[in-house]
Design a protein around this ligand. Structure first.
Ligand SMILES: *Cc1c(COP(=O)(O)O)cnc(C)c1O
Length: 237
């Protein structure tokens, strides 16, 4: 199957999940996760109508952003992998979104380093919903303070849009019902922050294996890699 076919198939999965959830079909955005795949694969997806791409590694992403420079105005590049504070400058200068903000220092540096001629960098806070020590993300009990602090940064440089999480893998045989719990926890944190007055509109949750569960629990953006581009050869965090 071509990338165009797999994109179409992924859109069909999202639409079916929206119908099952009683949600509008356009209420979930598809982020195509192109990490480890070459610029040619991104170009193929772009030619099939996909404009938002997620990347994990800054250097790899910068090369693809350069390779696809002629389409820059139509493309949206999202950093979804961990971000170290010494790598914030190229990210502030080249990306449209960062999903993996998990401490104030990173958001402050992005705000300082975002060139004023560009639209504000769109941010999500990554939450560690599973409590696993190995995973990145802010602990749920520290999330409200971080969210309020990031929302108070200069709005013309960074804009807090919502939350992101990587759900702990649940065996496919366990079914969609078992997959839903971590996505529900993330959505509840999102609603709690909104109840505190923060203006947020993005829940970035769900991947190839569990996008239906995420959509049923309110995700507004799903991050899909292998279901679009195929299995990755290089192993990934
Ligand atoms: C790789 C990755 C994805 C996509 O995973 P697939 O299982 O290939 O769909 C989504 N989110 C993050 C943060 C990733 O690192």
């Amino acid at each position: 199957m071509s990338i165009a076919d797999k994109l179409q198939q992924t859109h069909a999965r999202i639409e079916a999940a929206c119908r099952a959830a009683g949600r509008a079909p356009g209420s979930v955005q598809l982020l195509a996760v192109s990490k480890t795949f070459p610029a040619a694969a991104v170009r193929e997806a772009f030619n099939a109508g996909q404009t938002s791409f997620g990347e994990n590694y800054v250097q790899e992403a910068l090369q693809k952003i350069t390779d696809l420079a002629e389409h820059r105005a139509q493309l949206q590049w999202h950093l979804i992998g961990p971000l170290q504070s010494n790598k914030t400058r190229p990210v502030a200068e080249a990306f449209d979104w960062v999903h993996s903000v998990d401490r104030l220092k990173i958001a402050e540096r992005l705000a300082e380093q975002r060139p004023p001629r560009l639209a504000p960098l769109q941010l999500c806070l990554q939450v560690n919903t599973s409590g696993e020590a190995s995973k990145s993300g802010v602990a749920p009990e520290e999330l409200p303070a971080l969210a309020h602090a990031v929302a108070a940064l200069p709005q013309d440089r960074v804009r807090l849009r919502g939350l992101m999480a990587i759900a702990e893998p649940v065996a496919a045989e366990a079914g969609v019902a078992a997959q839903r719990a971590p996505h529900r926890r993330l959505f509840e944190m999102f609603e709690a922050l909104r109840a505190q007055g923060l203006v947020l509109d993005t829940v970035s949750s769900g991947m190839s294996a569990d996008l239906e569960a995420a959509v049923l629990e309110g995700a507004t953006m799903v991050r899909v890699g292998s279901a679009i581009f195929g299995a990755r050869v290089r192993s990934i965090t």
